[in-house]
Design a protein around this ligand. Sequence first.
Ligand code: CA
Length: 499
Amino acid sequence: MRIARGLSYWVVLTLELVAINVHAADFHVAPHGNDANPGTRAKPLATLERARDAVRELKHAGPLTEPVTVWMQDGNYPLSREVRFGPEDSGTAACPITYTAAEGAAVVLDGGRRVTGWKKHNDILWVADVPDVASGSWRFRQLYVNGQQRVRARTPNQGYLLVAGCPEGTPKTAHYHKDCQTFQFKPGDIRPDWSNLSDVEVIVYHFWTDSHLPIKAVDTVSNLVTFAHKAGKTFTDDFSEEGARYIVENVFEGLDAPGEWYLNRQTGQLFYYPMPGEDPTRAEVVAPFAATHVRLEGNPAERRYVEHLHFRNLAFVHSRFELPAGNSNDQQGSASVPATITLRGARHCAFEQCRLSNLGTFAFDVMAGCEENNSIEFNHIHHIGGVLSDMGGIYTLGVSPGTVIRNNHIHDVDANHYGGWGIYHDEGSTHLLVENNVVHHTKCAPFNIHFAKEVTVRNNIFALGKLEQASRGRTEPHKSVFFENNIVYWREGELLSKN
Ligand SMILES: [Ca+2]
């Protein structure tokens, strides 16, 4: 018995010693590296994509016996296309795979491309040729100069134009969800003589959607504009009978203020109106090229997952906003818009201490097969909303058992009309845990549900909602929320609203 016990101690100790003495399999990547190198510290690889392949080759040689770390050295890594990780790139619980900045290194995964070759177009404007735009292989909706976003030439420069009439109907005469394609404008607001009319994009702000609509025809007799595709909703200011707000973008004639730019997609010419004192020949002008930087793509239907991948201390910049052809962006949660980091069929993966900035699109899209056991923690989400309605600082949708929303600080959430909520559980949000969050200074309730089931909400502070503190969008024939040990504090508006 004594021996057996001693033996068992010895075994445990040995395992611990092995664990301590293990040297994880390492690969090194550096901006000056070469993808033909072996990936050692002295001979590093050059790209994240090649590092992924090196790990894949290591796995082909046999099952992982130790954790794998890919160390990325200081610098900027251009991404011309997304880097995709599949189930074959997974680690295991015992041997996770980590892609991380080396100690002290600032690593930037950059989806943008420099635009150079600037020449004077006239006394005010500058122009550069972008051959990939002329050839049709590239188009972009964002531009950054010296790290700051610039304005796609728009009219008006401030505020909005207003839809003058809705011949296809309103929420009262039709249904708010009617697919509309035509509206009436105030004379002169939209002009058929704008140069290169097919480049122009009308952006309508209605309900929870910004519809992006290319112009098909402009009728100046009845002042009707018709778009190349439908918008999915009425052109009203949310559920009212008033006309929606809109702006017109990428109009050459609207290129009339410092900081504006215009892209002629036929000729590939990029025009820019510099800010005071700015010299485009010396500035860093960047347009986004990659829509998605990193994609974790499992196959949840076949239960093949991307697992045990960690990304740590990396910066992701310059992702491109793109809509599929014929799409106005009217789907629930803008589901058709790609995100900088996209996960489908991924589990036990983490993005830690990563910084995402200068994005044209979403930071993360967590899709099918990732519903369970997600953590949204330690985020500071503030000063958002106001243009559209029906949003939350953190928004959830669907059945998500094991998912935790914890230790977040959310404040200053606004809305056009309704729905500037702090934490918002929408259709079917089920079996989440919401705890230790501080949510305050929201236009609508800091905590709102609209069809939720058995969500546990405890130890939060919900404070200073302008209109209300907690709200429920509809009465439900089941337990929606277990609301325990929360502090609710308010000075105006109501405690509870809606049902
Ligand atoms: Ca303008």
